[in-house]
Write a protein that binds this ligand. Structure first.
Ligand code: ADP
Ligand code: MG
Length: 402
């Protein structure tokens, strides 16, 4: 029986492990937190820190291939491994995706579209360059951010002081021009070491407070725009040489932002570069070389899920091209810990499902500790059109809160 290692035992790792088991293989989980969802579900679990070179070494030696379900892994220990299973996608893909400066520099070098950005070192440099970079902007930590954590929006010079005061004097940060978003979208690409390539349909993503709220499939964009996003995502996966999955997050704006090149001596800065298609200006936001939250919807909306595709790549099983299953439109909604806290109970009361026949799936991750904004589960609606799929999703979730 083949053994596939998954670094990380959160919900993405859990669903991936399920797909690996569905293909008759054994999923082995490496996860520092013994309370993570996958640890209670699978037999082969190693609970050890990312920095434990011996435990990692044994884990890699016991597997045929290893992948990861999130980017926040210390790569030094991975790079020090001399033997054992290959890591897919490889460690340099992981290093690019886990560091916002590497990511932006990659986009710039690869000629892919991106927003204007600058690297600032420390609070004083921010105060010096903010005016010439231009407002509004978003300042982001370089590593470790997710769900909008480690980000601050600065609308104008008046907002600069309070944000600067929260920064470390010697920290490194990324400045990004804030785009006037018309839409956010994501595209998942699968590539195998054999050269097979598959591209999922475009997902439309609605964020609330920088955290993914809803994913709508198919995205409400013209076909030529959808094809362009898919081809940019494929180009990025090829340029990064991803074997596994690559999710590309896109920003779409109705207004062109042409921030001029900065005339300061900031360490690294780049003007924006967009691609114009069908009245939209397209930018790549960021990459995730792994299953993605927006891809939960593929379990219901596509002939193969993102987890199935990755499991096949890892197991060297031919990869099927994922197509939309119809009819109608699917909408995935995240269920955050706030709902558990509002209900005041551990086991979510799902009795309102009776009123919502549009809800075709609910997945709860089994996280014990409900916290505000923590992703605890998701659900999917299916309806004849996007308005109805979204309306049902919002109403169902609202009902859970009541
Ligand atoms: P994370 O790693 O937390 O997902 P992102 O860079 O994707 O970080 O930011 C999270 C969300 O914040 C984005 O999906 C978008 O809604 C908003 N956001 C981030 N950067 C920008 C930007 N430059 N302009 C406009 N909105 C942004
Ligand atoms: Mg993001």
């Amino acid at each position: 029986m083949k053994r596939i290692g998954v670094l990380g035992g959160g919900q993405l790792g859990t669903m991936l492990a399920g797909a690996i088991h569905d293909l008759g293989a054994e999923a082995c989980i490496y996860e520092p937190d013994a309370a993570a969802p996958a640890c209670a579900r699978f037999r082969n679990v190693v609970n050890a820190p990312w920095t434990d070179a011996d435990a990692l070494g044994r884990f890699f030696s016991s597997c045929d291939a290893v992948t990861y379900e999130m980017e926040h892994i210390d790569t030094r220990a991975l790079k020090a491994l001399e033997t054992g299973a290959p890591l897919l996608p490889n460690v340099s893909v992981l290093e690019t995706a886990q560091d916002r400066i590497h990511e932006k520099t990659f986009l710039e070098r690869a000629g892919l579209p991106h927003v204007a950005f600058a690297v600032v070192r420390g609070r004083d440099e921010l105060l010096r360059v903010a005016g010439s970079f231009g407002f509004p902007f978003i300042i982001k930590t370089v590593r470790g951010g997710y769900d909008g954590k480690g980000q601050a929006f600065v609308a104008s010079a008046a907002g600069l002081g309070p944000v600067a005061a929260t920064l470390a004097a010697d920290g490194v940060y990324l400045l990004e021009e804030a785009i006037d978003l018309a839409l956010e979208a994501s595209v998942i690409v699968g590539r195998s070491p054999r050269g097979e390539e598959v591209v999922f349909p475009v997902f439309e993503n609605v964020h609330t407070e920088h955290i993914l709220d809803l994913t709508v499939v198919p995205a409400r964009i013209p076909p030529e725009l959808a094809e362009r996003l898919q081809s940019i995502a494929l180009e990025a996966a090829r340029a990064l040489d991803v074997h596994g999955l690559l999710t590309t997050e896109f920003f779409l704006s109705r207004t062109a932002t042409q921030r001029p090149a900065m005339s300061t001596n900031a360490t690294a800065h780049a003007p924006s570069r967009s691609v114009a298609v069908g009245g939209h200006h397209v930018y790549v936001n960021e990459f995730a070389p792994r299953p993605h939250n927006s891809g939960h919807v593929t379990r219901n909306a596509c002939t193969a899920s993102q987890y199935d595709v990755l499991a096949r790549v890892l197991l060297d099983v031919p990869v099927a091209s994922p197509a939309l299953v119809g009819p109608g439109v699917f909408c995935m909604g995240n269920l955050l810990g706030d709902i558990w806290l509002a209900q005041g109970r551990r086991d979510l009361d799902l009795s309102s499902l009776r009123q919502f026949p549009e809800v075709i799936d609910v997945v709860l991750y089994g996280k014990r500790d409900a916290q505000p904004r923590r992703k605890m589960g998701h659900f999917v609606t299916q309806a004849p059109d996007a308005d109805r799929a979204i309306r049902a999703a919002k109403a169902f979730r609202h009902n859970l809160l009541a």
